[in-house]
Design a protein around this ligand. Structure first.
Ligand SMILES: Nc1ncnc2c1ncn2[C@@H]1O[C@H](COP(=O)(O)OS(=O)(=O)O)[C@@H](OP(=O)(O)O)[C@H]1O
Ligand SMILES: [Mg+2]
Ligand SMILES: [Mg+2]
Ligand SMILES: [Mg+2]
Length: 456
């Protein structure tokens, strides 16, 4: 055996269903290596067939072993972007932890950390703090000259908002979060960031995207309305290269690893229904879902809990879209706010297609996570005429659904175009994401049939 393997062995004979080649840093002893393996998802076993290290491939047929509990090091990271995915997942985990604290403080103290922007949409301490934190982590880990970011928030609005203590609250929140970086296997700053360093990190996100080169798209808090209402929201980070989304990470702090646990989430539900959540060990309140383009896999890991003893690496498991393609059994998701998507148009579509389930109205890109995980089958968004969808609201979700086996297009059936700057320019009518092509084709047809008679 070329390297020391410490995974426990199982005796089951595998029926090989999956195989792949993975970068497994530090998985075998302290050596970084690539491994080629065969995986059986049914009995959760794994067989390593070769290892390569320092350009030397060694054939190595291991015994069949139980899938390691910590799947992260074997997770679906395509080699080309493995470093970027790794850093992006850790940064989003940190951002989720930051958001949980700010959401708790907004809800419990009804404090004044919520502001209105010029377009009357909301922004909070969490939006600016996550933007600064993620920007700082990406620059620190990849070199600031290599990091270009398109993101939702800007320093002008923060400086213009003459709210006493707002900027100080952002600086403090960022520093508290960055001090925790070692728990996530990342470096913390040697000394706390100054106000101007925090502003610099926010304004480093000044790229406007486009068709050339590589940039990150960040929505620090997607579904800010859900966030301030104590409900669902997401942290969304994607990497776009030559106009194509190459990786996506979605942090969903209030979307538990298991759908059944949603009932325990909401504080109000808990009071009203007196449901007792499962024990803290077994209950993962939130999740992070991620995928790299072309891997054919999407992965989900639990949020790192507040418990300081829990440190990286975190475990991950694959997620897949639902196999339902009968509209009568399918669930569709849409934005909560009528102002963001026409509920009456989608109700008509649902009726004409024979969708019988009540729509699942959820804030934020958690809707994309729900489709990728198989909790729902369809996501539709039809904004009012003239509204231009932004790339950071869809990039991470789109690649994750596609790699989990689903289809994401505009209402004309064309792929979303992330190469046109900060907006999804050229979008035909709306966005349709589905668990599979059968449902997708039916919706595109139904939209065509009813569009001219709609008021959109
Ligand atoms: N008028 C209008 N029409 C369509 N979309 C809009 C509109 N205004 C805002 N936005 C963008 O929608 C993002 C929130 O989308 P959601 O799907 O979460 O909507 S909802 O809150 O559930 O209703 C929201 O993202 P965040 O600002 O990150 O919350 C906005 O980018
Ligand atoms: Mg958003
Ligand atoms: Mg946002
Ligand atoms: Mg916003």
């Amino acid at each position: 055996m070329p390297l020391n393997c410490s995974i426990s062995l199982a005796t089951k004979v595998p029926h090989i269903l999956g195989q792949g080649r993975r970068y497994a840093p530090n998985h075998f002893g302290k050596t970084s290596c690539f491994l080629t393996y065969s995986r059986n998802y049914q009995n959760k076993s794994l067989q390593i067939v070769s290892l390569s290290k320092l350009n030397q491939t060694q054939n190595y047929t291991s015994s069949i072993m139980e899938e390691p509990k910590s799947l992260d090091l074997l997770s679906g990271k395509p080699e080309k972007y493995s470093k970027e995915i790794d850093i992006a997942v850790r940064a989003v985990q940190m951002a989720c932890s930051l958001c949980q604290k700010v959401q708790d403080s907004i809800i419990s103290k009804s404090n004044n950390q919520v502001q209105s922007k010029d377009d009357n949409s909301l922004v909070t301490v969490a939006d600016w703090s996550v933007q600064a934190t993620v920007s700082w982590i990406l620059c620190e880990s990849l070199g600031s000259r290599n990091v270009s970011i398109v993101a939702e928030e800007d320093v002008e609005t923060l400086s213009k908002t003459h709210k006493a203590g707002l900027l100080e609250a952002v600086v403090q929140t960022v520093n508290e979060c960055l001090a925790e970086a070692p728990r996530f296997g990342l470096n913390a700053p040697g000394v706390a960031l100054t106000t101007s360093e925090v502003l610099e990190a926010i304004s480093h996100c000044n790229s406007s995207g486009g068709p050339i080169g590589r940039f990150w798209a960040l929505d620090p808090v997607d579904g800010t309305l859900g966030f301030v209402r104590g409900d669902q929201y997401a942290v969304a980070l994607a990497l776009i290269e030559e106009g194509e989304v190459v990786l996506g990470v979605l942090g969903c702090p209030n979307y538990p690893m298991r759908k059944e646990w949603l009932n325990y989430h909401h504080r109000y539900h808990r009071i009203i229904s007196k449901l007792t959540p499962p024990t803290s060990e077994s209950w993962d309140k939130g999740c992070v879902i991620y995928a790299g383009k072309g891997s054919g896999e999407a992965w989900m890991q639990p949020l790192l809990q507040g418990n300081k003893k829990l440190v990286w690496p975190n475990s991950a498991r694959p997620v897949r879209v639902s196999s339902i393609n009968n509209p009568a059994l399918a669930t569709f998701c849409e934005p909560v706010e009528k102002a963001n998507s026409s509920h009456s148009f989608t109700a008509g579509l649902a009726h004409s297609m024979g969708l019988r389930m009540q729509p699942l109205r959820v804030y934020s890109m958690v809707k994309y996570a729900a489709i990728a995980r198989g909790d729902a089958e369809i996501f539709m968004k039809f904004a009012r005429a003239g509204y231009k969808e932004k790339i950071w609201d869809h990039a991470a979700g789109a690649v994750i659904i596609q790699e989990a086996g689903g289809v994401v297009t505009d209402a004309g059936g064309r792929p979303l175009d992330f190469s046109k700057g900060m907006y999804l320019d050229g979008l035909d009518r709306g966005i349709i994401a589905c668990a599979g092509p059968v449902l997708h084709d039916k919706i595109v047809e139904a939209v065509d049939a009813s569009w001219n008679s709609s008021s959109l």
